[in-house]
Write a protein that binds this ligand. Sequence first.
Ligand code: SF4
Ligand code: SF4
Length: 489
Amino acid sequence: MEAETAPCFRTRHLHRFEAAGKAFLYLQNAAIFALDDPSRAILDLLEPEPRSRDDVMTALEPRWPAAALDEGLDELVRVQAVAPVDQASPEIPKVIPLEPFPLTTMVMNVTNQCNLACAYCYEYGEDKIVDTANGAQPKFMSALTAKQSVDFMFREAGPNKVVHMTLFGGETLLNLPVLKVAIPYARQRAIELGKRVEFNLTTNGTLLKPDAIDFLVENDVAVTISIDGPQEMQDTFRVFHSGAGSYDVAMPKIKELLRRHRTKPIGARVTLTSKTLDVHRMFRHLTEEVGFREVGFAPVTTSPDRQYAIEDGGFDTMLGQFRDLAEEFRDHAVENRHHAFANVKDTLEEIHKGVSKAYGCGAGLGLMGVATDGQVALCHRFAGSEDHSMGSVTDGIDRERQAEFLDRHHIENKTDCRTCWARPLCAGGCYHEAQTRYGTTEAPNLHYCDWIREWTDVCLRIYGELAERNPAYLARFEGRVTDEASQAS
Ligand code: SF4
Ligand code: SF4
């Protein structure tokens, strides 16, 4: 009888990183695992090629006792960092969320009109999702549709006690009269239903007149301002239809809002392009000179042939600046001081909560967009697109269509993403960007994989350092509900 061959072990898809002088693993199930010296040596040995337990012992026993190596290997198998060769790529089960999945966030497009004509805006350029339904959309949502949307939101929220209502455009404040109907109505319905509703409104800031500010303050509405920073950068793309820059009009109003609105966070949301990529300068201007306490950046989403699209070299520039700000954030967090760089805070929160995404974002799952006519879409960026419709505010979510969408877009269908260590936090990325770049929402956004992985690595290191130097800082993320749409753009 032939002797049974001892199984060989190999590493699975994982990411190793160092922080505060210690070695860690980030696993595909989003767990973070601190490595002791024997486990580290075992991984060093297994990474180039699979080895048997005996090989591990023979190679490492002179340095560590057999018991420590045995225990180290068992632990690495237990946490799914290594596996016997024949089980090296086990399927992560394709779990489709239970139905009906409750709505957590409704993004309501109260208008598709805007008083600005930002050159990179997805709403007006070639990036607009066009199909049969476009063109039929009213320019402004009516008060009736707004109230029906609120009813839809509470109905589809199911057992959720808290719902998030994000007011969006076009320029949202162009339809202030309907906001003045929808927000008090939502508040009243929430009281009647024993729920809580959180409001967030996105605006370009140019229409923040005194009565609009009064309304936002009185109704406790969190505000996100789309702004690109110092005058020369803001006025490169964020222009009126006449071509005139918007900085001089928006900035005094934004400062007045920041002065008067103290109960809810006012965040700045910056769009980065190949021509406006001085992250440091934008950040300093918006925090130190204007007074924002939260500033988040996002690269422009566009087809690659646009001149302002960020390509490889631009991503490196962006990453270097993000890294500097992330390290500054870390130094503040170690001393429990506030720092305004929202990108790192949001990612740290996801890491801390062990977020492992099956979908690139909440669109079509817990988040839906509502178009001006009450059509329900994947998200606000697909509002008005028949191909991406998910029902209507009067008929509710089309659950059959939603189930089919969720099945088709699950990360297990994305070959490149299945084996990627960054999948827990990325899962293929934004559907709108995929549609713009590759012509289908099903495609993973492979053009930014390097950037995503490097940025995730930066955040993991910051996380590891905070876990060692000030774990209490990270504890603040526990129990916090993330509003996916507060970063709607
Ligand atoms: S898009 Fe790229 S970085 Fe994101 S999960 Fe897929 S392969 Fe990984
Ligand atoms: S990430 Fe993309 S698809 Fe998801 S909500 Fe935002 S714009 Fe829509």
